[in-house]
Design a protein around this ligand. Structure first.
Ligand SMILES: Nc1ncnc2c1ncn2[C@@H]1O[C@H](COP(=O)(O)OP(=O)(O)O)[C@@H](O)[C@H]1O
Ligand SMILES: [Mg+2]
Length: 268
């Protein structure tokens, strides 16, 4: 089933500055992990805010589980948890623990359930030792993980992560990607947004966007085979992908070897 359906979406902040989201259409299926990949300023954060109904589209429609999304009209947060690009803007608790508890208390869950979820999701993102710290005193990467735990603890079916690994070191990034894989195993629907090509490699599908438009979409294999698309979107191509492209250009066609090449950055 289509969990997310976006149809001919347009958005502008100021009309004279032109469209920052332009005729975007795509669907995301239940249990799928889709990555939206594009350079800075291409409209990724704007798109994610439209999907959660923070603002209304100028044209086109968005549906979540078949229900039309528009600001205020529909209880979107019941379905979607979103980790925003700048975690500083979303802390509400005075400690990490309070912060994770906040959304759960709003849902009026029993105290034991809240406590159990805090422990579970804090340990999933590696925050057990930091539960009594003040969020504002943490490093960028730790803040990002607090934001992530707070969202995961709500156990929504759809999770949107906007540049969730941008402030993390390689280890932290690998941990977050591993967490996303675990979520996928729990049949969550995931939309991860990034300008980093290596993050798209594990997704089921990739949408490449540039200047507000989808310029390619498909499986990781199909999209990354289109060298011109990656150049157009000014994305940094990984050495393993260059090797892959060189092999394909020479007519090499061993799918398993090529797949292994894409996953090279994630091998431990
Ligand atoms: N609140 C805003 N007001 C005006 N322009 C904005 C606002 N937020 C983003 N923009 C502009 O919209 C375009 C897309 O931005 P954004 O969606 O943040 O891109 P990305 O997340 O891909 O970096 C950029 O040109 C940006 O400058
Ligand atoms: Mg952004």
């Amino acid at each position: 089933m289509n969990v997310i359906e976006v149809k001919h979406l347009d958005y502008y902040y100021r009309l004279e500055e032109g469209l920052v989201v332009q005729d975007m259409s795509f669907t995301v299926q239940e249990g799928e992990w889709v990555t939206i990949l594009g350079p800075n300023g291409s409209g990724k954060s704007t798109l994610s805010k439209l999907i959660i109904g923070l603002m209304d589209a100028k044209a086109g429609e968005i549906y979540l589980y078949g229900d039309r999304v528009h600001s205020g009209a529909y209880d979107i947060r019941q379905h979607v948890g979103m980790v925003f690009q700048n975690p500083d803007n979303q802390f509400v608790g005075s400690t990490v623990k309070d912060d994770i508890a906040f959304g759960l208390e709003n849902k009026q869950l029993p105290r034991e359930v809240i406590e159990q979820r805090i422990q579970h999701y804090a340990s999933l993102v590696g925050l057990q030792q930091l539960l009594d710290e003040e969020p504002h005193h943490l490093s960028g990467g730790e803040k990002q993980r607090v934001a992530m735990a707070s969202v995961l603890a709500l156990e929504t079916n759809i999770i949107i992560l906007d540049e969730a690994t941008s402030m993390l070191d390689p280890l932290g990034r690998a941990q977050v990607l591993e967490t996303i894989q675990q979520l996928k195993g729990m049949n969550k629907t995931i939309l991860s947004i990034t300008h980093d090509i290596s993050e798209a490699l594990l997704a089921d599908r990739v949408l490449v966007i540039d200047q507000g438009k989808i310029i390619a979409q498909g499986t990781v294999a199909d999209v990354f085979a289109q060298t011109t698309v990656l150049q157009q979107a000014r994305l940094d191509v990984l050495p393993s992908m260059k090797l892959h492209q060189a092999l394909v250009a020479k007519g090499y066609r061993n799918d398993e070897v090529l797949r292994q090449l894409w996953q090279l950055p994630f091998k431990k």
